[in-house]
Design a protein around this ligand. Sequence first.
Ligand code: ADP
Length: 487
Amino acid sequence: MNKKYVIALDAGTTSVRAFVYDTEKKLFVHGAQQEVSQSFPQSGWVEQDANEIYYKAAYVLNDCISYAGAQNVAGIGIANQRETVVLWDKTTGEPAAPAVVWQCRRTSAFCAAIERDVREKITSVTGLVPDAYFSASKIKWLLDHCEHPRRLLKQGRLCAGTVDSYLLYKFTGEFATDYTNASRTMLFDIRKLCWDNDLCDYFSVSPDILPQPKPCDARFGVLKTSGADLPVAGVLGDQQAALFGQACLHAGEGKITYGTGLFLLFHTGDRCVRPQGGLLSTIGCAVNGKVSYALEGSAFNAGSCVQWLRDGLGFFESSAESERLARSVENSGGVYFVPAFTGLGAPHWDADARALFCGITRGTTRAHMTRAVLESIAFSAKELADCMERDSGLCLACVRCDGGASANDFLMQFQSDVLGAAVDRPVLRESTALGAAYACALSLGLADEEGIAARRVSERVFKPSPDRERYAALYREYKKAVARALN
Ligand code: ADP
């Protein structure tokens, strides 16, 4: 028997994917994917069906296990969309309410009203800025508004967790999570590595209904298949998985993921930096018995804006066509877009900001608008990078990129120009799945950290234009547009 395969499951927001990672060839040899639907029952609300996530995750996992042969699989690593809340019945495993997705703003009024002393406590304990984005207020909302989970709670049958913990429960029967996912709930002490009782009290979430937090390379549970028992030996939130998968293992190394949203994470070593300008401090990774921290900034909408041009406005048939359209004009013709469909995150944290196009004239075309949308993605990353440099004192010379929209060469070049830093795109762009595979392989002794760093290969490095003033001027204009989008 040759247990050389590790299966990585990436349970993302728009799709769940599983990949077979060959630890000898050091690459993915097979993959399977299923789209996951989202519903938008009210303005600013986003929900998913946890059952759909589970069934589709099971489907892609099965596909990969069949491909590899269960007896050849050493273990499974899971990476997942973070913060999204699932409540379920401990006895049946059935979801007790719709999953409230990270993008959902339904608790923004509640979060805006959190008292000053509690806000300070939240930031100092969890590293987060109090916001509807994180899990705590979403769990509270479900318990305040839905009868079924309340009844289960009274009967001692309620489990509350993020997507990783739900999938782990369904696959293995264990009720656990990892430190990176826990660090996104707004209930977790990122230094003491445990649930914080005061914050649990504040949000009326008993620690009894929360999963047990463990390091990313723990043995989380065992998935029993007809062919073999497969240990789940790696769990990370998707952004931390991408950071790890991009081999950002040392302070100062960072990446930007261009998916539905945009996420910039910079490794800060064992230093838990206290952020000043609206960024978050979060657990970067916890493997080999050590915990490392990261600074994070995110924009809620990035690739989703391209999706909107495609599906909402019918500008083109596939997201990839946005590149050709953007390149068909020399510039955006003075048009700016602010991607604030569901409010703005760092550094603005304005839940009520909404998206806008400005600078439209009679001569504006779809091409200008598409270009403005792609440029807005790069500008939002620039805003985050500025905060990052200020808070950490690190100077950003190079950033690694991944995620669906990182395939867009126009966007990556514009990003490099706006940042004034190199943007390095790896050959293996499934960084999230790679991070999950690495955590599992580390846990099972099939890889080590030096090997992971040596394995990363660049596909293309985008170098910044020497004309810094041109891009600085565009950025200044963008900031004016942002000021107009704020509530
Ligand atoms: P997630 O993990 O959040 O589900 P992905 O990393 O799969 O997201 O990226 C999907 C997003 O990337 C979609 O919103 C899509 O519109 C966008 N996207 C994919 N390809 C391109 C492209 N070539 N140019 C611009 N955007 C793209």
